[in-house]
Design a protein around this ligand. Sequence first.
Ligand SMILES: C[S@@+](CC[C@H](N)C(=O)[O-])C[C@H]1O[C@@H](n2cnc3c(N)ncnc32)[C@H](O)[C@@H]1O
Length: 212
Amino acid sequence: MAQCSDAPNAARAVDEYRHHAKAYDASAQRTMQTRLRTIEKLGLRPGDRVLDVASGTGLSFPLLREAVGAQGEVVGIDISPEMMRIARQRVAAAGWQNFTLLESPIESAQIPGPLDAVLFNFTHDVMRSPLALKRIFAATRPNARIAIAGMKYLPWWMAPANIIVRLKARPYMTTFEGLEKPWDLASPYLSAFDWRPVLFGAGYIGWGRAKA
Ligand SMILES: C[S@@+](CC[C@H](N)C(=O)[O-])C[C@H]1O[C@@H](n2cnc3c(N)ncnc32)[C@H](O)[C@@H]1O
């Protein structure tokens, strides 16, 4: 297994998710409650256009589709062909029409906007990519609802246990940079941002609005 670097490495993410894709849905069951709570924070309404950032295998799609309805739109973007293949199969199997799926690094994606809501669910590499964030928030409507979840380092008094956080996180991110405060590069784009710890302090759910 390659070492984590001091910045996200898109080529490595593609490589690693080639191997994770098949077992991803099973491994993601343990953070399903966090996913549900994070999507709830988006306050989605019928007709909304929502972006699922680094949408992976599309595990959030049923919840997003249910909330935005047939007249809304779900946009999913992911860099991994293997993860995206499963996402496409999920959409085809359900017969959903109102999905736009892009297999691309977010950094160079043509994101259809304006977005009413943006979900970042366990997308640490994207949260640490200034270019990706710039691209996303350029497509986001002022005041759009934003919800973010992921792993983070434990508070300082539990710091020795961060070795376990790194072990758990390692398969799903190519950098540990920013794990103290994973949302800090997104903060300049956000107003009314708040967050709570989850997963015994090794995770977080954050929510806010895109700045007008
Ligand atoms: C931990 S998975 C999360 C997937 C999904 N958000 C979920 O909730 O299940 C991280 C995903 O980020 C994708 N990814 C990593 N870097 C990316 C980038 N620069 N652009 C687009 N997708 C990226 C990976 O391919 C992977 O599918």
